[in-house]
Structures are given as structure tokens and as C-alpha cells.
Design a protein around this ligand. Structure first.
Ligand code: MN
Length: 210
């Protein structure tokens, strides 16, 4: 769409980096179908709808007082972040054989240095993920200010992806990410998720900042 000669670009749903059933048995094909073709596509489509709405406001086609600008911006934050988080999430997983296990490389060195061992790190990350109230994400971030690997959480999609605190690894804890397969056993889903973590992706993300 064009506004006064300025083009606002739309988002696109990129293909998954593997087949829709590739993360079986840990994450079922049905989950992936609903999650990717339903939820992620929804974030992309709604982002694009809201970009149109915001463009009308920018252009002056909508009179002040006739729209809820906080609502539009909050919707943009939720949906744009939803799109970006899910794009990261898909690439952060890999089928059995390519994913899971323990990491090597720089990420393994940093984990050992800051957490003592991979097992201790895994235990703590799991403890954080399992105790997250309600809906949100648990992430491993690299703090470019002090070089710390920091386990973090945020509710819903309300995370601004600070360039100074990039996400290396992330677990989606919305019910849509596990309910079809694990019902209310979110802890079982988190245990299964460790089997499909794409450590090469984590390593590549980290190396951008070293
Ligand atoms: Mn999700």
C-alpha cells in the first residue's frame, strides 16, 4: 500500500524449514499445522490489516477521535512480534538427529562457564519455563553489554526485541503450542521440546555477537 508516495511493506509467511511432520514425535503434525498454518498465518494477516489501518491514520483518512490508536498499536505489537517470534521459533527447532542433545561450540563453553554444566542450565531453564504463569515465552538471551547468557521470560507477545539483548533460544508456552498433544501437561511439552532444539541455530545467533 502507498501513503503519500511512501510504501509500507507487508509481511509474508515464509515456508517452514522442514516438513510439517518433521518434529514428530515430540511436536505432532497436528500441532504444527494449527500453529503454523493457523496462528502464525493469522499474525501475518492481522499485521498486514493493521498496517493498512495505521496507514489510513498516517494519511489523515481517519479523523482523530474516530479511531483507537492505542488499540491499533497494541494490535501491531502483538501481531508483528507474534510473526517474528514464530519465525525465530521454527528455525530454532530441528528434527531428531539434527536437533536435541547437548550443544557444542561457543554456546556450550558459555553455558559451562556461567551455569557450571549443561545439565544445570537445562534444569534451571526448565524450572523457569515450567513456572511461567499463564501465556508467554521463556527465552535465553545474550546480553551484549556484559556477555551474560540470561534466562528471561515475557508475557503474551509483549516483548520488544532489543538489539542489545538478542534472543538465542526460545520456548513458546501458549496453549496452542502444546494442548492438542499434551493437554494440560505443559511440563511434558517442555521436556519434549529439548529434543528438537536446533543448537546450530543457537550457535549461529550467538556468534554474531562474539
Ligand atoms: Mn505460538
Amino acid at each position: 500500500m502507498e501513503v503519500n508516495g511512501i510504501e509500507l511493506k507487508k509481511y509474508e509467511l515464509k515456508p517452514l524449514p522442514y516438513n510439517i511432520d518433521a518434529l514428530e514425535p515430540y511436536i505432532s503434525k497436528d500441532i504444527m499445522d494449527v500453529h503454523y498454518n493457523g496462528h502464525h498465518k493469522g499474525y501475518v494477516n492481522t499485521s498486514n490489516t493493521l498496517i493498512d489501518r495505521f496507514s489510513k491514520i498516517v494519511k489523515g483518512d481517519a479523523q482523530t477521535g474516530t479511531y483507537d490508536i492505542q488499540g491499533v498499536v497494541r494490535g501491531l505489537v502483538f501481531n508483528i512480534n507474534g510473526h517474528k517470534l514464530h519465525s525465530m521459533f521454527w528455525n530454532n527447532m530441528a528434527p531428531e538427529g539434527k536437533g536435541g542433545g547437548a550443544p557444542g561450540g561457543k554456546i556450550a563453553d558459555l553455558i559451562e562457564k556461567q551455569y557450571g554444566s549443561f545439565d544445570r542450565f537445562k534444569q534451571l531453564f526448565t524450572e523457569v519455563a515450567n513456572s511461567l504463569p499463564g501465556t508467554g515465552w521463556t527465552t535465553l538471551n545474550y546480553d551484549t553489554e556484559n556477555g551474560n547468557l540470561q534466562i528471561m521470560t515475557f508475557e503474551n507477545h509483549f516483548q520488544n526485541q532489543l538489539a542489545e539483548l538478542p534472543i538465542l533460544m526460545l520456548a513458546d508456552e501458549f496453549e496452542h503450542a502444546y494442548y492438542l498433544q499434551y493437554k494440560n501437561k505443559r511440563t511434558d511439552y517442555i521436556s519434549a521440546w529439548w529434543n528438537v532444539i536446533n543448537w546450530s541455530d543457537v550457535e549461529n545467533k550467538l556468534r554474531k555477537y562474539l
